[in-house]
Each structure stands twice: as structure tokens, then as C-alpha cells.
Design a protein around this ligand. Structure first.
Ligand SMILES: CC(C)(COP(=O)(O)OP(=O)(O)OC[C@H]1O[C@@H](n2cnc3c(N)ncnc32)[C@H](O)[C@@H]1OP(=O)(O)O)[C@@H](O)C(=O)NCCC(=O)NCCS
Length: 179
């Protein structure tokens, strides 16, 4: 079970089936999935994919949080994930990745960075992880900026999916971000 998280402007709640339609609608925007491979073009496969990822047990403290504005808690803004990296061994052991997705109408308001920082704090302070990764298409400038803003550093030494840039973050990096 994931904890609820909150920030200055946002509520992050464990993603549930109640968020399914909103997640699918967000993914149907081609600008949202522009840099993300997935079954977006096949409605049935897309729904099955999201359903599976909502219902799956990702391990203690890992999974997806849906983002809502504190001032409008019924309005879905996107999600942040904290998941095991593809079951592959990377670096010195099993790695955990962070990711983010926001509905296009809410881009550019700082929501992804604000929500991601709450999940980063959970990763280090609650789960005690030693580091987290983000794998980002090098053309996805907005996502790279989010990674940089929350204190992640590009690391060319970590093996990755072909073509992606890898960003890493440790607890010390978070201390610097919190200034
Ligand atoms: C990436 C994404 C989550 C960012 O969400 P957001 O809430 O707009 O992010 P933030 O407002 O916290 O920060 C975005 C930053 O990127 C910058 N940015 C956005 N688009 C940019 C672009 N094309 N080029 C350069 N910078 C860009 C913004 O100016 C902002 O930086 P700033 O605060 O220094 O001005 C959102 O665009 C999205 O959902 N994209 C589609 C899904 C996706 O690609 N997810 C990541 C997969 S790795």
C-alpha cells in the first residue's frame, strides 16, 4: 500500500481503477506520448496495459501516484511512478526508476517537478533507497528539465534502453535540491 503524499499545491494519491479513464484520456493526446513507446494506437491494448499497471503489485512502497490539485481534488492532473527497472540488473543491484506524466492542459506550471520531489523524498526518506534512475528520450527537453530541476544528474555509465539518456539521483543529491 502506498502512502498519500502532499506538497504545497498538490495531493498525490495511490493510483486506482477510479483513475483509469483519466489516465487513458491523458495518453490519447499524441503530444503526451510523443517520446514514450506504448500501445497507444490500439484502444483495447492500451486499456489492458493501463489496467494491468494499475492493478499490479510493484513491491513495498513502489507504484504509481495520481496527482490532483489540493484546491480541486477531483481533477486528475497526471501521475508520478516509482517502479523497479524492468526486472533488469543495472549498476550495483536492482534499480528503481522514477517517471512522470501530466495532462497537457497543466504543463508548464511546475506540477511534475513538485510532485516528483515528493516521490523522491519518499524513495530516500521512507524506503531508504540508495539511488533512483530516470530514463528519458534525449529529445524530451521538458522531461529532462524536470529531472534536472529535482536534482538528478546525467550518468552515461548506466546501461539503458537503446537511445535513452539516464539520469541518476542519490540521497545527497536530494539534500542539495532541498537547499
Ligand atoms: C515532461 C512533463 C511531465 C513536464 O510536466 P510539467 O508539469 O510541465 O513540468 P514542470 O512545469 O515541473 O517543468 C517543466 C520544465 O521544462 C521546461 N520545458 C518544457 N518544455 C520544454 C522544451 N520543449 N524545451 C525546453 N524546456 C522545456 C519548462 O520550462 C520547465 O522548466 P522551468 O521551470 O525551468 O521553466 C510533461 O511535459 C509531460 O507529461 N510530457 C509528456 C509525458 C512525458 O514525456 N513524460 C516523461 C517521459 S520520460
Amino acid at each position: 500500500m502506498l502512502p498519500d503524499l502532499s506538497t504545497r499545491r498538490l495531493l498525490l494519491r495511490p493510483r486506482t481503477m477510479a483513475d483509469l479513464d483519466a489516465c487513458i484520456a491523458m495518453d490519447r493526446d499524441p503530444e503526451v506520448t510523443r517520446f514514450i513507446p506504448g500501445p497507444w494506437a490500439d484502444a483495447q491494448a492500451h486499456e489492458a496495459f493501463v489496467r494491468n499497471r494499475v492493478l499490479r503489485n510493484w513491491g513495498p512502497g513502489l507504484g504509481y501516484w495520481s496527482i490532483f490539485a489540493s484546491a480541486a481534488p477531483g481533477c486528475f492532473l497526471g501521475w508520478v511512478l516509482l517502479l523497479p527497472v524492468d526486472g533488469e540488473k543495472r549498476g550495483d543491484g536492482d534499480e528503481v526508476e522514477i517517471g512522470w506524466r501530466v495532462v497537457r492542459a497543466a504543463w508548464g506550471l511546475g506540477y511534475a517537478s513538485e510532485a516528483a520531489l515528493a516521490v523522491v523524498a519518499h524513495a530516500f526518506d521512507t524506503l531508504g533507497l540508495s539511488r533512483i534512475l530516470a530514463e528519458i528520450d534525449p529529445g524530451n527537453a521538458g522531461s529532462i528539465r524536470v529531472a534536472e530541476k529535482i536534482g538528478m544528474r546525467r550518468d552515461g555509465a548506466v546501461p539503458t534502453r537503446a537511445g535513452d539518456a539516464v539520469f541518476v539521483m542519490t540521497r545527497d543529491d536530494l539534500r542539495r535540491t532541498r537547499f
